[in-house]
Design a protein around this ligand. Structure first.
Ligand SMILES: [Zn+2]
Length: 426
C-alpha cells in the first residue's frame, strides 16, 4: 500500500469559495425571481451589501439567534405549491432529481416573503446551490444557519439539545478543528487524515462531517466498520501510518452516529425514499436489541459471518448496566458505542510502538455524529487530543469547542459520564 504521495485537492478552509456550478445555480435562482434593483444576477450569489452585512453579522454571532428575526419574518412570505414546482423544475432541467425536493419544499413553504422576496430567495438559492453540487460553500453555511430555524423540526431540536447538549453543526466542528490544527502547523500538504465511521450511507451526505473533513484535509484513509469502530485493526493503522508525509502530521476522526427523527426519537431516522423511520445506527441499536433478546432467553448473538456486530454486542453488554437510569436508552447506547469505538481506537494506537517514527504528531478527534432529517447534521464533540513523540497527550477540546457537556443526568450517573470523558493513557 506504499507509494508516491498523491496530489491533494487545494485546501478549502471553512468551505470558502463556491464551485462554478453552485454559482450558476444561485445566479439562476436569483434570475428566476425576476430582474431587480435589489439583486444583480451578473455578480453571482454574493448578497447585496446591506444583506451581506446582516448575513455576516448573523454568521459571526453564531447563527439564527443573532439575526434580526423581525426583519427576516417581515421579509419573507408564503410560497405556494405551484411556485415550488415551478422553481424545482426550473432548477432541475435535466430531471436528474438531484435536488432534495422534500427539503426544498419544506423550506419554501415555510418562508414568507413580500418586499424582500427576491433577496430572500436569492440567499435560499445560494444555499440550495451548495446542495445541488454536493459541496458546501460559505454561503451554504450562512444560509443553513439563517434558515434552519424555519424548517428544522422542534421535537428533534429539543431532543438533540437535551441528550447531546453541546452538539454543533458539522460545518462548525470542521472549522473549529481546522482552526486549532492550522495554528499547530497542520496543513493539507503535511497531514494525512483518516476516519473511522459507520459505513451507513447517511454518513456520506455532503453536509456530514465525514465529507467536510475529507474536503478540508484532501483525502481520507478509511479505518471504520459497523458502528464507527476502527475495525481496520493494527494492520490497517500501520498501512495508514506508513503513508504519512515525511515529518508530517496525522489526524484521525472517529465517530459513531445516531439518528434523531422529526418526532424527536433518538436512534431513528427517515431515510431517503422510505415511508417509515428506521434505526440509526442500525449496528448499535441492533446490538442493544440482540442483548435484550438474549437476556430474556431469545436467539443467539452473532456468528462467524457477523464478526463486527459480534464485537459490538460483546463489548456493549457490560456497558448496559445502568441503562435504566438514563434519560433515553438510545442516547445512552450512542454514548456507549462511542466508548467502545474510543477504546478500540486508543488501544490499537498503543499497540503500534513506532508511530512517531512515521509522523511528528498525531491528533485524535472523537464524538458522535447526529443524523437529522432536516436542518443539517450535527456532531457532539467528546474528545480532541494531540500527542508528539516525547510529550503526553495535550487536550485541545476547550480551545476548539468550549466547555464539555455535562452528561451525568443524561446517562444516569457521574460514573457513566466519567467513562465518556476518559481518554488518558494513549
Ligand atoms: Zn451505523
Amino acid at each position: 500500500m506504499a507509494g508516491a504521495r498523491r496530489c491533494r485537492a487545494p485546501p478549502r478552509r471553512g468551505g470558502r469559495g463556491l464551485v462554478p456550478a453552485a454559482l450558476a445555480s444561485a445566479a439562476a435562482l436569483a434570475a428566476a425571481v425576476g430582474p431587480s434593483s435589489a439583486w444583480s444576477t451578473s455578480c453571482g450569489p454574493a448578497p447585496r451589501p446591506r444583506l451581506a452585512a446582516r448575513v455576516a453579522r448573523a454568521a459571526k454571532g453564531g447563527g439564527a439567534a443573532a439575526v434580526d428575526e423581525d426583519w427576516l419574518r417581515d421579509s419573507i412570505g408564503q410560497v405556494d405549491d405551484k411556485e415550488v414546482d415551478r422553481l424545482f423544475s426550473k432548477y432541475d432541467p435535466d430531471s436528474s432529481n438531484s435536488i432534495d425536493r422534500e427539503e426544498f419544499q419544506e423550506i419554501a413553504k415555510e418562508m414568507k416573503y413580500d418586499a424582500f422576496r427576491r433577496t430572500a430567495l436569492a440567499v435560499l438559492g445560494s444555499a440550495l446551490g451548495g446542495v445541488w453540487v454536493g459541496t458546501l460553500g460559505q454561503q451554504y453555511q450562512i444560509a443553513q444557519k439563517l434558515f434552519r430555524g424555519f424548517y428544522a423540526s422542534p421535537p428533534a431540536e429539543r431532543a438533540m439539545k437535551t441528550f447531546f447538549p453541546t452538539a454543533l453543526l458539522a460545518n462548525d466542528v470542521n472549522s473549529a478543528v481546522a482552526d486549532v490544527l492550522t495554528k499547530r502547523g497542520y496543513t493539507p500538504q503535511n497531514t494525512l487524515y483518516a476516519q473511522s465511521v459507520c459505513p451507513d450511507e447517511i454518513n456520506s451526505k455532503a453536509q456530514e462531517l465525514v465529507a467536510l473533513m475529507q474536503n478540508e484535509w484532501g483525502e481520507a484513509f478509511a479505518l471504520g466498520g459497523l458502528g464507527g469502530l476502527p475495525f481496520a485493526g493494527k494492520s490497517g493503522f500501520e498501512a495508514f501510518l506508513h503513508h504519512t508525509p515525511v515529518k508530517g502530521k496525522v489526524l484521525i476522526c472517529f465517530a459513531p452516529h445516531v439518528g434523531i427523527n422529526t418526532d424527536g426519537a433518538v436512534g431513528s431516522i427517515l431515510r431517503e425514499g422510505q415511508l417509515k423511520n428506521s434505526t440509526a445506527c442500525g449496528a448499535a441499536v441492533g446490538a442493544f436489541n440482540a442483548i435484550r433478546k438474549s437476556d430474556s432467553g431469545g436467539s443467539d448473538l452473532g456468528s462467524a459471518y457477523d464478526a463486527q456486530e459480534k464485537y459490538i454486542v460483546d463489548n456493549m453488554r457490560p456497558l448496559l448496566e445502568g441503562v435504566e437510569d438514563s434519560q433515553d436508552k438510545m442516547a445512552y447506547v450512542a454514548y456507549q458505542t462511542y466508548n467502545i469505538a474510543r477504546d478500540l481506537m486508543l488501544d490499537t494506537l498503543k499497540s503500534i510502538p513506532d508511530i512517531y517514527d512515521w509522523c511528528d504528531e498525531l491528533t485524535v478527534v472523537g464524538g458522535i455524529m447526529i443524523n437529522r432529517n432536516r436542518g443539517g447534521d450535527f456532531f457532539q464533540p467528546l474528545m480532541f487530543e494531540t500527542k508528539t513523540k516525547d510529550g503526553a497527550a495535550t487536550d485541545l477540546y476547550q480551545q476548539a469547542f468550549g466547555d464539555r457537556p455535562d452528561l451525568a443526568q443524561i446517562l444516569g450517573s457521574e460514573t457513566k459520564a466519567k467513562q465518556v470523558r476518559a481518554s488518558a493513557g494513549w
